[in-house]
Design a protein around this ligand. Sequence first.
Ligand code: SF4
Ligand code: SF4
Length: 386
Amino acid sequence: MQDILREMADVVRDPFAYGRKLKADTGKKIVGYVCTYAPEEMILAAGAHPLRLFGTTGTVERADAHLQSYCCSLVRGVLEEGLKGGTDFLDGMVFPHTCDSIQRLSDLWRMNVTQGFHFDAVLPVKLDTQSARQYMIDVLNRFRTDLERELDCSITDDNLHKTIRLMNEIRLLLRRIYELRSDQPGLMTGDSLYTIVKATMIMDRERVREVLQKVVEKMEAARLSSEEGAGSQGSDFKSVPATKRLLMAGGICNQPQIHDMIEAAGGAVIWDDFCTGSRYFETLVSTDKDPIRAIADRFLQRAVCPAKHAGLRNRAEDLIRMAHERKARGVIFLYLKFCDPHAFDYPYLKAALDQEGIPSLLLEVEDPLPAEGQLQTRFEAFLEML
Ligand code: SF4
Ligand code: SF4
């Protein structure tokens, strides 16, 4: 099992090296994307590989000539990599219509990073209207023909059904891993969990299905042996002696190491509302209808990001439901600095949690993280209060 975790950690550490190697080994076209509203099933059905970009681990220099410093570090980091040639192995990029920063990133990419094709998937913003569904279907149909033209392929319904099944299996496996860890946080560290989720969005999806199956088997075996009184002995996972159960919410968890600090302070994140977490795997694509309609319906029904709208209170209701279902004692909002959509939602989410008596903590971070001591102190103070 350590081999699997190491494999996934290596992928997360250098996703571009992984993408280059995958392309050289398989000859597959690699399509970059920046947001979970990109229709991965369609890219896979075109015989290409969807690879999510998570910014940069280096310093941002070139991107500062194009973007204000008050753009989130994810967008600045992605542009930096594009400008300095880190993404030159990509055959194309897909920019779903979400927050303003991603839309501007799309414009800058089109003008300055010229390799490969460039798609804006202009999905509807308001998702709860009569016309949103037809609009979503029309956009996805157009995306299908654009992809076919650019990749010189035919995206058949049969292939779409296959890739829908593959992605559904991956989503179910991720959900199972979350559930096992929620039942018994000691089974796996948060750092390993978030590394697994991030690697899922980068690695070959057939391989992902294989390794996630193994992770689930190992976790189930470790749970069984701990129920039988063997403790964590014989487990392949570095376990965490969790005491206080927490929920995390925000856009992207780009810093799995944040979990080490939370765990050192005596807590464990047992569920989340992240686009690098439950929003990625919750809600399956229906397998008994036209595939494009089914993909459109998932986008309309899945947990919504604040860059989209599907009712005034649904995000707060989801968060409160999750906190109760998962018996969380508090919520940590982890936002990237300058992320407006999440920042605008925060006051009403906090007020809704306050009303329910659920304590919360707001952290705004950037890549790279500030000195460990500052965050550690805030986690300790919050956990002490719970
Ligand atoms: S938070 Fe939502 S809108 Fe923002 S990058 Fe993630 S999936 Fe896209
Ligand atoms: S972190 Fe916020 S501002 Fe940045 S890309 Fe995601 S939703 Fe947009």
